[in-house]
Ligand binder design. Structure first.
Ligand SMILES: Nc1ncnc2c1ncn2[C@@H]1O[C@H](COP(=O)(O)OP(=O)(O)O)[C@@H](O)[C@H]1O
Ligand code: SF4
Ligand SMILES: [Mg+2]
Length: 368
């Protein structure tokens, strides 16, 4: 490793650590539900160590939806899986810490982590059938989850299950509670999964591509539901998606990932209106509506590097229209940039990289 500013992260004091986690200047401080610090995930292989996550830090506040976005292979699911200790071996957390409601959880052995899943951490994945058992009615699954985690008898748990099904918008739940997962449509099944995730009233929910398999109209309903329920319950949500449109609709803040690194983080309206990292600008061009204005400007050529071939310096440099010598040797840390923070030398507070004039000129003339 070169002596990049990001290695200085290890020595940040608490104030700076909050900043590194993506608190925008002036943002109100609130005890985060989830706090991820300098997370590094490695996969040892016969040909060397692959670094799947490299110095990832962020916080999620109560009732807040943090959208984690990036192209396929950016490390979004890896981040979620590391937080909930579901990394595929030999992948493991090699450095950093994860705290849930102030308690460190990354160093817990599996037997102490298991009770957290479901009770303190709800999980929603792309395919509802991975969360639902086809052999049991949805009522039985809800009741079992409720009774495992909350002090309720069978009758109380059934009442609670009906209440949850009503809350997630299952029509006539008293007629559906004894049905099996295959008797529900895809959208209704995902509602049941949300009910299951909320059943034990966890303080944190991780939703990995929760609507990717659904029709667009159903997708919007499910996202609105998830957002409303979590705001009502004060649940913090990590919403992983490759779809910037989903983030625009649902997230409060957005964390953009590239090659296992967090490259921009900030309030969603800031990042959408005024993306600061050249990669984020390219992603924004994929949102309908915004696309018209940006698409020809920020078409990103090329693709995400494989883990075995992450470029030195800024990992985005081979695809970046502004890349210059410093970008190829030194890795930028997250730096204050507009209303967000971006890992890009264009925002170096001491010696900002001058944007390439040819590119800037084009951008400006098109944007206006
Ligand atoms: N079990 C694994 N072993 C080695 N590499 C993996 C494994 N799972 C994922 N990866 C790699 O880690 C990177 C991040 O993957 P992932 O987090 O799944 O991406 P996404 O952002 O699409 O969710 C990708 O380069 C992927 O190829
Ligand atoms: S650091 Fe350099 S290569 Fe990386 S995004 Fe910024 S300008 Fe582009
Ligand atoms: Mg994924």
């Amino acid at each position: 490793m070169s002596s990049t500013p990001s290695s200085d992260n290890q020595h940040l004091d608490q104030h700076d650590a909050a900043a590194a986690a993506g608190h925008e200047p002036g943002a109100e401080e609130q005890e985060p539900v989830l706090s991820v610090r300098h997370l590094r995930v490695e996969f040892p292989t016969r040909h060397g160590t692959l670094v799947a996550l490299d110095d990832v830090s962020f916080d999620i506040a109560p009732g807040e939806v943090l959208g984690v976005v990036g192209e396929s292979g950016a490390g979004k699911s890896m981040t979620g899986n590391a937080v909930i200790q579901l990394l595929e071996p030999p992948g493991h957390i090699a450095a950093g810490e994860v705290h849930l409601s102030g308690k460190r959880i990354d160093d817990l052995p599996e037997e102490r982590f298991v009770p957290l899943r479901g009770r303190h951490i709800g999980m929603i994945f792309q395919d509802p059938l991975t969360s639902l058992n086809p052999l049991f009615s949805v009522g039985d699954q809800l009741i079992e989850t409720i009774r495992t985690h909350l002090p309720m008898n069978e009758r109380q748990a059934r009442e609670e299950a009906l209440k949850l099904l009503r809350e997630v918008g299952i029509p006539a739940p008293e007629n559906r509670i004894d049905s099996y997962p295959h008797q529900f449509s895809g959208g209704m099944r995902q509602r049941v999964v949300i009910a299951l995730a909320l059943a034990a009233r966890p303080e944190f929910i991780i939703a990995d591509e929760p609507t990717t398999a659904l029709d667009v109209s159903v997708q919007a309903q499910i996202l609105a539901l998830l957002k409303r329920l979590c705001a009502d319950h004060g649940t913090a949500v990590m919403l992983v998606t490759h779809d910037m449109g989903v983030i625009a609709e649902t997230a409060d803040r957005v964390a953009v990932m590239y090659a296992g690194r967090l490259i921009e983080i900030g309030p969603v309206e800031e990042v959408i209106r005024n993306p600061q990292h050249p990669y984020t600008r390219g992603l924004m061009a994929s949102i309908p509506g915004i696309a018209k204005r940006l698409e020809r400007l920020y078409q990103i050529e090329g693709s995400m590097p494989r883990l075995a071939a992450i470029p030195a310096g800024c990992a985005f440099n081979p695809r970046c229209p502004h890349a210059q010598e410093r970008c190829r040797t030194q890795r930028p840390d997250l730096l204050p940039a507009g209303g967000s923070r971006a890992a890009c030398w264009l925002h170096d507070p001491v010696d900002p990289l001058p944007p390439r004039q040819d590119v800037e000129g084009q951008e400006t003339s098109h944007v206006r």
